[in-house]
Design a binder for this molecule. Sequence first.
Ligand code: NDP
Ligand code: 8X3
Length: 252
Amino acid sequence: MQKTIFITGATSGIGYACAWQMAANEHRLILTGRRADRLEKLKAELQSKFNSEILVLPFDVTNLKAVTQAIESIPEAFSDIDILINNAGLAVGLNKIHEGVIDDWERMIDTNLKGLLYVTRLISPKMVARKQGHIINIGSIAGKETYVNGNVYCATKFGVDALTKSMRIDLVEYGIKVTQIAPGAVETEFSNVRFKGDDARADKVYDGFEPLRPEDIADAIYYCINLPSHVTINDLTIMPTAQAAASLIYRQ
Ligand code: NDP
Ligand code: 8X3
């Protein structure tokens, strides 16, 4: 059955892979992110290949006014959102707590927590009214275990873990599913962003082992959204086989 799926952070990485996976299966998509040019290119590519209706909404999840305007602009045909994938997020910097850069901290908290909250607050009421829906939050292994210098990024992902559990409790009486997907290392633009464009340093993160691909996460999400209505995956931790813990990767 065709579903309407709202994906934050569809311009790159996991969200981009989800867009391809869901479009290939002919779902109706609302694709979002800040980079409007990438969204338009993605829409054109997907529509040329698949029979999927696509709406793109460029906005910054940290800007409540922009989030509100974008979501309020959704036309009727796309307005019954069945699935919200709260994926937009980032790590910025990797410093000891006493050397942390306050602006990096603000960006992570504003994006990973407040952005996820803004989008959820604006989309979930209609799910409640319709008594159906599925919210998928992209957490992280960093929301299960801390690691050296991970401090504030880990705190935001521990926060996503807590919010996922809380949302499930608040929404259970409306039949809304809430799932957290918590990946280990996935090769995306994540490390390029964390290291502020130092691509050589970013590449080293994935040296000597086979990381997850964004498509692996999209496959898992696709599995979660296709279960019968009485079955919910609450929490799925997905790791590269070579990664045993947040800070233990076996490299060869
Ligand atoms: P990417 O950097 O490849 O993608 C991040 C996406 O988030 C982009 O589409 C970006 O779009 C969007 N985004 C970032 N900031 C904002 C913002 N302020 N407003 C709107 N969109 C924003 O990284 P990943 O695909 O790896 O990251 C996706 C999620 O997965 C994140 O929540 C991350 O924490 C999580 N994760 C990643 C792991 C990894 O190893 N890669 C492991 C575990 C979890 P744009 O720049 O166009 O706005
Ligand atoms: C991204 C994975 O281990 O760099 O959430 O925190 S990690």
